[in-house]
Design a protein around this ligand. Structure first.
Ligand code: ATP
Ligand code: MG
Length: 199
């Protein structure tokens, strides 16, 4: 067995973080025997720059609140502290430099995995990390177009939750209790997030 640390990287907008993210990260941590999973909230997400995204600091703090009780979970500011749009290749380079003794495992849902082939510098990504695609209700997890051996596809408990749905529920005055951690429900209320209809 290699003595290198095994670090999962869970990138996302986390606007807000929800139990689908947490179950996926927990399942991959256990299945791949990861020492740690680092959640990395995006800066200004390039795939979403046509839509309004909450302030990075709010998304970061909600992610800290949601992960605080798990000793294997942590949150990184690398993407929110870097100026300009977030590219996954930069995320992985920064984390590799910060953790030179670790192998990186990038965790992504089936929907985001489909976009990998269209990501900037996609070939470089597979040298920086092993990719783990997880199932997500409503999306097919199939591996065509993906380099052999670079991606593992795994099934995680189905959580039909999305941040988009949490935002529109809040805007409509419907509850998000039990879709997101209790502290995140309270943070959304305290900061009055998502009250205007989703832009
Ligand atoms: P939005 O609706 O704003 O796009 P989202 O719920 O898709 O939000 P993201 O922050 O975009 O959340 O997702 C971050 C990562 O988590 C992506 O890789 C995404 O595929 C994965 N993910 C999100 N929700 C789930 C879920 N319910 N089950 C499994 N993976 C998920
Ligand atoms: Mg998404």
């Amino acid at each position: 067995m290699s003595d290198r640390r095994r670090i999962g990287v869970m990138g996302g907008t986390f606007d807000p973080v929800h139990h689908g993210h947490l179950v996926a990260a927990s399942e991959v941590q256990s299945r791949f025997n990861l020492d740690e999973v680092i959640f990395v909230p995006t800066g200004q997400p390039w795939q979403k720059d046509d839509k309004a995204v909450s302030a990075a600091e709010d998304r970061y703090l909600m992610t800290v609140i949601a992960t605080a009780s798990n000793p294997r979970f942590s949150v990184s500011r690398v993407d929110i502290d870097r100026t300009g749009p977030t590219y996954t290749v930069d995320t992985l380079i920064d984390l590799r430099d910060a953790h030179p003794d670790a192998d990186l495992f990038f965790i992504t849902g089936a929907d985001a995995l489909e976009q990998i082939v269209s990501w900037h510098q996609a070939e470089d990504l597979f040298h920086l990390a092993h990719f783990i695609g997880v199932t997500r209700p409503g999306y097919d997890l199939d591996d065509h177009h993906l380099p052999r051996g670079a991606v593992s596809l795994i099934e995680v408990p189905a959580m039909a939750i999305s941040s988009t749905d949490c935002r529109s529920r809040t805007a409509a005055g419907q509850p998000v209790w039990y879709l997101v951690p209790d502290g995140v429900v309270q943070y959304i209320e305290k900061r009055d997030l998502y009250r205007a209809p989703d832009a």
